[in-house]
Design a protein around this ligand. Sequence first.
Ligand SMILES: NC(=O)C1=CN([C@@H]2O[C@H](COP(=O)(O)OP(=O)(O)OC[C@H]3O[C@@H](n4cnc5c(N)ncnc54)[C@H](O)[C@@H]3O)[C@@H](O)[C@H]2O)C=CC1
Ligand SMILES: O=C([O-])CC(=O)C(=O)O
Length: 325
Amino acid sequence: MVHAVVLGAAGGIGQPVSLLLKTNPIITKLSLFDIVNTPGVAADLSHISTPAVVTGYLPPDDGLKKTLEGAEIVVIPAGVPRKPGINAGIVRDLATAIATTAPKAFILVISNPVNSTVPIVAEVLKKHNVYDPKRLFGVTTLDIVRASTFLAEVNGDVTAAPTVTVPVLGGHSGVTILPILSQAQPSLSKNLDQAAIEALTKRIQFGGDEVVKAKDGAGSATLSMAYAGAEFAAKILKAVKGEEVITQSYVSLDACTEGGKKVAQEIGTPLEFFSVSVKLGPNGIEKILPLGDLNEYEKGLLKAAIPELQESITKGVNFISTSKL
Ligand SMILES: NC(=O)C1=CN([C@@H]2O[C@H](COP(=O)(O)OP(=O)(O)OC[C@H]3O[C@@H](n4cnc5c(N)ncnc54)[C@H](O)[C@@H]3O)[C@@H](O)[C@H]2O)C=CC1
Ligand SMILES: O=C([O-])CC(=O)C(=O)O
């Protein structure tokens, strides 16, 4: 019995991610919230012959509170593509509702800029004394998905993508995205020269721009993001059921003292949030894994990512310290 929630469920990501969650047989209750159109989305999904009972809520009559009551996992794709200022306020308000109604839920933040929206959610939860860093995740799975696909593609066999894994660390925007191609499994990057590695790294870092350009004004990645978001939610739910799961996510380095300290040393600059490899268990993050060996090029990428990450985290924290909650 799992109650999953999508906030921003009528949007470009919200609708397909809700569809994919509806097809996850572990989920028995799926509650959808948006400022528009959720009754229609919910009615449509409710005809699918999978276990989840789907309900759509709108803001009137305490809709957000009703959506969140008893929620165990909350996925947040609410917001507007490439409008960071607007999204900060939206995410703050949704986090406030989670803090008061479903403080123990796993929170999966998709709304951009993830590098700032995750600190925003953390600060709101801290203000309500319900912050559990083991349960708060910035979803960076799309970067991991892209890395697998693009590495398989450049290696001449895109059909191998499902069997290729590349750890992607750092954050979720441009130069803060650190694909660690030297740690790819299988080690396909050995077939590539340095110029090809650098081109592939840039493609992964700026994959979002490729979609924005191709959509020509009609928004950013939605379908691949929905796939990635549902995959990440499925990983959390597998871990809850006791399966061992290791993946990367943008999380607090204080979520796990031991592992987090080691990573902080590897980074060499204090950062409250970073996308790292985490071992997930029934209560969320059990262990933060070391960055592992980085080659000289990857060390340079890490160094270049730090100032932007620091600035984005500070922006998120300051946004809440100057907000009336
Ligand atoms: N983490 C990642 O890898 C990715 C993140 N994104 C981000 O996801 C967010 C959503 O993108 P799209 O679905 O394409 O946008 P969209 O504009 O199609 O959908 C956003 C939805 O949020 C809803 N919304 C707005 N304010 C709300 C509120 N206060 N409460 C509940 N719902 C509200 C809107 O009504 C709309 O249905 C954007 O911030 C985008 O940048 C997009 C792609 C990848
Ligand atoms: O680029 C964007 O605006 C959306 C995004 O985060 C991505 O596609 O990775």
